[in-house]
Structure formats: structure tokens, C-alpha cells
Design a protein around this ligand. Structure first.
Ligand SMILES: NC(=O)c1ccc[n+]([C@@H]2O[C@H](COP(=O)([O-])OP(=O)(O)OC[C@H]3O[C@@H](n4cnc5c(N)ncnc54)[C@H](OP(=O)(O)O)[C@@H]3O)[C@@H](O)[C@H]2O)c1
Length: 235
């Protein structure tokens, strides 16, 4: 299968690419860091927080018969509301975390519809399910993905296209560790609040993606799947 993964240069996206390369799938990778992208046969370097970057990747999708789109690229922003929000932060996080996934999905859907098969998988966050203090902009973009997932799943169900969002809790990546640094709590204190007392590993998210792509998951659509070591359940 032709699988496009955004944010495949490191972290969760890299783990998703590794698993699918092992499965024999053709990977189309994107990110900003061209040096890191060179480990892939097919890649598109672009900044998805810009309209030009979205359009460039949209054209790449249309040119490559993409059957599976994994909208993974994203950033966390520490934005205490008491300090006031900057317009540039609002625009940046909304473009990257919400607008780009929707725009790219719209570019992938026509080929998927023609094939009668497609998978759109968004990487959301548990912060879009639960509230996260000092991260309302990030939480809002991730909650937006959940709403869009349900709407798209309804629109595309009759064409064999499924749409789902995976909501990771704390994951051991650059983003996970730097958002710990932004937090008022130490990593040890954060781990104490997670029911399984651990961060999720990127390979666990990749395993869920592998399942959602599979034939067995064809009936799973419009879902928001929490993969968070129990964080969403309470403590
Ligand atoms: N780690 C966690 O604890 C956690 C928890 C919940 C949800 N998530 C979500 O999981 C996804 C992946 O996060 P991660 O932890 O793997 O983060 P990461 O290690 O920081 O990797 C982020 C990826 O996104 C790409 N990216 C970032 N900004 C971009 C931009 N402006 N344009 C294009 N690509 C961009 C990066 O590539 P370049 O640097 O090459 O551009 C990189 O490949 C994100 O959507 C994040 O919100 C993560």
C-alpha cells in the first residue's frame, strides 16, 4: 500500500514508518528536515504550518496514489491564557495541527474513493479529550480533529474509506519530553499521575496504526481511540 506519513522524521511518525516499511508498504514521508527525510525513498520536505507547505504536500499526495494518510505532524504549545495569546501562535498551531490534516485529507480522498478503499488516521492527543491546563490552543486543535473525524467518517463510509483519530497520552519523544519541561511538574511527578506509571512508547502508537490499516479494522470508523496508559480514565 502507498502510505503517506506526515512528521516522519522522528518520534511517533518515524515509528509508524518503520513498522510499515517492515510490512512491505511503500512509504511517502514528510517533515521539514530534509537531511532526516533522505532515509526514505519518497519524501516531500515542507512546513505544514504554512499554506505553501500544505499545498506542496497536497500536490505530492495527488501525484502518488496515496491509499493511507497518517496525519501525525504536530507541535505542542505552552500557552497560559492568563498571559494572553499571540495571534501568531493561534495561527501556527491551528494551521499545523488542524488545518493541514483536513486539507491533506481532502487531497487524498478522490483517489481513495476511486479505489473503494482508504484509511485516514489522525494523531490527536489525550489533551483533546481531557482538558490540559496551559495548553488550551493545543487542546482545541486536537479536539477539532475528533469532530472532523466523525464528520468525515460519515461522509466517506459508503466508499470504503475509514477515518479515525488516535489520542496518545504522554509518549517518550522529543515533544513528550519537552512538554514535560514546560510543565509545572517534573517527569517523575507526571509519571505518578499515569495509572500505568509509564510513558507510552512510539511503537505502541505504530501498532494501533498497523491495526487500523488492516482488513480486520474495516468496521472501525469515526472513532477516537485513547492510547494513554490509562490517563483518560482517572486516577
Ligand atoms: N509525544 C507525546 O507525548 C504526544 C502526546 C500526544 C499527542 N502527540 C502527538 O503526536 C504527534 C507526533 O508527536 P511526536 O511526539 O512524535 O513529536 P516529535 O518527536 O516532536 O516529532 C514531530 C514530527 O512532526 C514534524 N513537524 C513538526 N512541526 C512541523 C511543521 N511545521 N511542518 C511539518 N512537519 C512538522 C517533525 O518533523 P520536522 O522537525 O522534520 O519538521 C517531526 O517529524 C503530534 O501530532 C503530537 O501532537 C504526542
Amino acid at each position: 500500500m502507498n502510505i503517506l506519513i506526515t512528521g516522519a522524521t522522528r518520534g511517533i511518525g518515524k515509528a509508524i514508518a518503520d513498522v510499515n516499511i517492515k510490512m512491505g508498504h511503500q512509504i511517502f514521508a514528510s517533515g521539514r528536515n530534509e537531511e532526516l527525510l533522505k532515509c526514505y525513498e519518497n519524501y516531500c520536505a515542507c512546513d505544514l504550518a504554512t499554506i505553501e507547505g500544505m499545498q506542496k504536500l497536497g500536490e505530492h499526495i495527488q501525484a502518488n496514489n496515496i491509499e493511507v494518510l497518517v496525519n501525525n505532524a504536530g507541535e505542542f504549545l505552552y500557552t497560559p491564557a492568563l498571559k494572553g495569546f499571540e495571534i501568531k501562535d493561534l495561527e501556527h498551531i491551528t494551521k499545523l495541527n488542524l488545518e493541514a490534516p483536513l486539507y491533506l485529507a481532502s487531497k487524498a480522498i478522490p483517489y481513495m474513493k476511486k479505489q473503494g478503499f482508504g484509511r485516514i488516521i489522525n494523531i490527536g492527543s489525550i489533551s483533546g479529550v481531557m482538558g490540559e491546563a496551559n495548553a488550551s490552543l493545543y487542546s482545541a486543535t486536537k479536539a477539532g480533529l475528533i469532530g472532523a473525524t466523525k464528520a468525515l467518517a460519515l461522509e466517506l463510509a459508503e466508499f470504503g474509506i475509514t477515518v479515525n483519530t488516535i489520542n496518545p497520552g504522554w509518549v517518550d519523544t522529543d515533544l513528550g519530553n519537552s512538554s514535560c519541561d514546560d510543565s509545572d511538574f517534573s517527569k517523575e511527578e507526571i509519571v505518578e499521575c499515569i495509572p500505568q506509571r509509564r510513558f507510552v512508547s512510539p511503537s505502541e502508537i505504530a501498532g494501533m496504526v498497523k491495526y487500523l490499516i488492516s482488513e480486520e479494522a474495516k468496521g472501525v470508523t469515526g472513532q477516537s481511540i485513547n492510547l494513554c496508559a490509562g490517563l483518560s480514565v482517572g486516577y
